[in-house]
Design a protein around this ligand. Sequence first.
Ligand code: 13P
Length: 269
Amino acid sequence: MKKSAQKARIRTFIIANWKMNPATHVDAKKLATKSKSLGKGLKKTTLVACPPFPFLSDVVAPHTKGYAYGAQDVSLHASGSHTGDVAASQIVSLKASYVIVGHSERRAKGESDVEVATKVRVALSVGLTPIVCVGERERDDEARYLLTLREQIHASLEGVSPRDFGKIIIAYEPVWAIGGDTANTPDDTVETILFIRKTLMELTSEKTALSIPMLYGGSVDDTNAAGFLAKDEINGLLIGRASRDPKKLARIIEASEKRNSQIKKTKIR
Ligand code: 13P
């Protein structure tokens, strides 16, 4: 095999975004217990539980390769009087490793690309891995959405040092696919992920851009997860509804463990 065609192995990320669920602490504790046990002994997968802030301490568990946890958002500010905010250092103090940044549901509430970029930098500054969400609102036949996506990526990662790009995860979540019953197709997702990688190469080295885990999110469940995970270019999934159903989550993790996950030098147009 030529050197340039060598493949780098990477774990598959299954990120469980609980969003504003479940309704009670009792239910959150049950879901946390199930999630922790699903994360036990995983060989190729890292399950990351991301509950709402009040339930973050429930998902705390010793670090293993198979299980980790994180938050769904982080304050723009490192400290100070910011009622209702949660600082990156507070998230880290629970030994969390990840934080979702720039989810479309926060962007819809007015979060700007500038704020997303600040949050990414704040997260990186304390050693949290930001899971940076990007995605178009709608598709158009002329593929103008790709230009929008490119602008969003540049703006959402503004000021991140090229070296730090190796510490982020990108989640491609087309807004139109979130919370409905139609996911993007795996083939279309691969196309867009290649475009996102190409865009990342404008911001960091080719080697670093190729090392960034690229996830897909939007109406993933136990019936379609394997289709995405059959694609080498998709390094994991960011899951909303199905991640709160332990049986569905178990089937998704099973599909992830069965895959042979690799990042390879894919053709970038
Ligand atoms: P659903 O899986 O419920 O469509 O949500 C996707 C999502 O927004 C994950 O962040």
